[in-house]
Design a binder for this molecule. Structure first.
Ligand code: PGA
Length: 246
């Protein structure tokens, strides 16, 4: 695992955007797995800034998001569809027909999971998957206890995840309690993985990922089974790892 330690969130975001831009500029067609939440926001802002300054084209970029809340339609302001359109797709002129996000409002959720998984299978896994990490070690919405063999599926969000994400909902009673997420097996199909972590709140999860055993009780520990993983983390997130010796 390649670990890049940076000073803070801003540096993490710049380093992560540079990493992604190398992929975008280095190939004629690129498939990106994308994440939402607070962690990648700065990365997207850097990509938008680059697009404005350098006119980087996204015409050859195809995207596959990790997850979506169950029950939210794409035009719901709090859906991950809306988040991606606002923070990345629209500002960098990424053709919307080249973007893919699970449909949390699909009438047949199981069928939607199967469709999404087959879509990723059909491209042989994304070229680069961007990931955040939950305080409880989740990746995507794969909560502790998820089998490493799972493909895209519907999950019940844990109290800790609901609490961590409540701040993104104006009306907490509208916060969905389920989501569709790429499974761990789906994520591990990616050709390369970039995980970002910032802030003290992530230090235990990162410690388990980097120093703990590979166990389904820490979903992110599955990344130890992949041979092309880069972690860009700030000193706060690496505090526990560093204090207990590298
Ligand atoms: P955050 O969430 O980026 O909002 O901290 C990360 C995650 O839950 O994967």
């Amino acid at each position: 695992m390649n670990i890049i330690e940076v000073a803070n969130y801003e540096e993490m975001s710049r380093a992560s955007a540079d990493f992604i831009l190398k992929k975008i500029k280095g190939s004629e067609k690129v498939t990106l797995g994308l994440a939402t939440g607070g962690t990648p926001l700065g990365t997207y802002q850097e990509l938008v800034k680059d697009h404005k300054e350098n006119e980087t084209s996204y015409d050859h970029v195809h995207t596959y998001n990790l997850d979506e809340y169950v029950g939210l339609t794409p035009d719901d302001q709090e859906s991950y569809h809306a988040y991606m359109c606002e923070h990345l797709f629209h500002p960098v002129n990424l053709p919307l027909e080249q973007t893919n996000i699970p449909n949390g409002a699909a009438p047949e959720l199981l069928q939607e999971c199967l469709r999404y998984d087959m879509l990723i299978e059909s491209i042989g896994g994304v070229d680069l998957q961007l990931l955040g990490i939950g305080e409880n070690g989740h990746i995507g919405f794969n909560e502790p206890g998820t089998l490493f063999s799972t493909s895209t599926h519907v999950v019940d969000l844990t109290p800790s995840t609901l609490e961590a994400n409540a701040k993104y909902f104006k009306d907490p009673s509208k916060q969905p309690t389920q989501a569709i997420t790429m499974g761990i097996a789906t994520i591990l199909k990616s050709k390369e993985i970039l995980l970002l972590a910032s802030g003290e709140r992530k230090q235990e999860a990162l410690f388990h990922l980097l120093r703990g055993e590979v166990t389904e009780s820490v979903p992110a520990s599955a990344l130890n089974m992949h041979d092309r993983v880069t972690i860009i983390a700030d000193s706060q997130a690496l505090k526990l790892v560093n204090s207990l010796g590298k």
